[in-house]
Design a binder for this molecule. Sequence first.
Ligand code: 5CA
Length: 439
Amino acid sequence: MRLSAYFMPTLKETPAEAEIVSHRLMLRAGMVRQASAGIYSWLPLGFRVLKKIEQIVREEQDRAGAQEVLMPTIQSADLWRQSGRYDAYGAEMLRIEDRHGRDMLYGPTNEELITDIFRTSVRSYRDLPRMLYHIQWKFRDEVRPRFGVMRGREFLMKDNYSFDLDYEGAKKSYNKMFVSYLRTFARLGLQAIPMAADTGPIGGDLSHEFIILADTGESEVFCHGDILDFDGLGEGIDYQSDLEPVVQAWTKLYARTDDKHDPAVFEREVPAEKRVQRRGIEVGHIFYFGTTYSEPLKALVATPEDESVAVHMGSYGIGVSRLVGAVIEASHDEAGIIWPEAVAPFKVGLINLKVAAADCSKACEEIYAKLQEAGVEVLYDDRDERAGAKFAEMDLIGLPWQLVVGPRSLDKGLVELKRRAGGQREEVSLETALARLTG
Ligand code: 5CA
């Protein structure tokens, strides 16, 4: 992509309304624009990151055996009346009336709708287990939308729902999602810690939040410091194997959000020098809630003994749009964003320092073509701007690599390769630069 043609409305000034760094940087880098309170439009640069995160989430859901569906954003109130949540959800639910006077709503979550799909199609234990997920916009009329996409009113969520015959089966599904979340966040370059959590309006009694430690996080969390060294990717997870030992290893040390925190247990179980008390961002939340929805909605299956029982369910959410902000909170410096390679909008920023010089532009065009041929995503700054402005903008948008082509180095057949993380610069030949970036 040529920057001269790219829609990336960056801002020089720091927007006054943005309280935290990720919100400031997303606005300054031209990634999003606020449409109204807590509702955002995604501009090309931000949209690319959102799609990359979505894709990693999708791959890890599929790997764990879940199947993707797509449910609508608008739901009928009837189902929610059957589950009893229509009134209970309160002012957070955006209620809509259609032209026929029917009560509709913009879905804040999908337990009811997926249970309805299930109950009309599945009758027997033979069709279990199943895990169905979708990646869809949700709406919650938050009292205080803030921090940009971190606490929006409209936000993109991956929500998965599991169906099993009994608790044992449901726990296996829960474990699959637990491990899949560890992998997902690790692939995004994040250290997410599973913490015992409250279930809130979703209900149920077994629940973990996945938390990224950050001073700007909204939750207060407490954990044993050793968990911070655990590796989320693990080695060759087989989803058909018993995952309970992996889950045990991650949950045996103290890690709780403030709703579940117990100072006496914390002090008893965690030595003073290992006690971590920090703020955190909730990027995922998993729940086992048994028959909370299947009973009122009558999602029943026949057991091998031909009894009819309510199916055991769990639900598993990831805040896909929140993650864009969370990654920035975890990875930035004074100059701007530092994207982990897996989610970077482009891998390389190619900077032409002297557009007017024929040799510079020729070299850049050649590099640009070669990188594209090799399938490397490259943003080519071909604008006639001051070098300082170009460097500042590249640092702001945080692409992992910068390839700088200027007349002085080019005379010696060299270009400069800069790693955004750490800032190391190296003068190398064109061939070496290309080999590094395409390798
Ligand atoms: N149905 C369950 C699981 S599928 C559910 O809705 N869980 S949740 O309420 O915890 O939301 C799942 C994830 O969505 C959260 O962990 C968080 O990362 C994200 N999320 C929740 N509310 C918002 C919001 N207002 N803005 C951005 N992301 C949000």
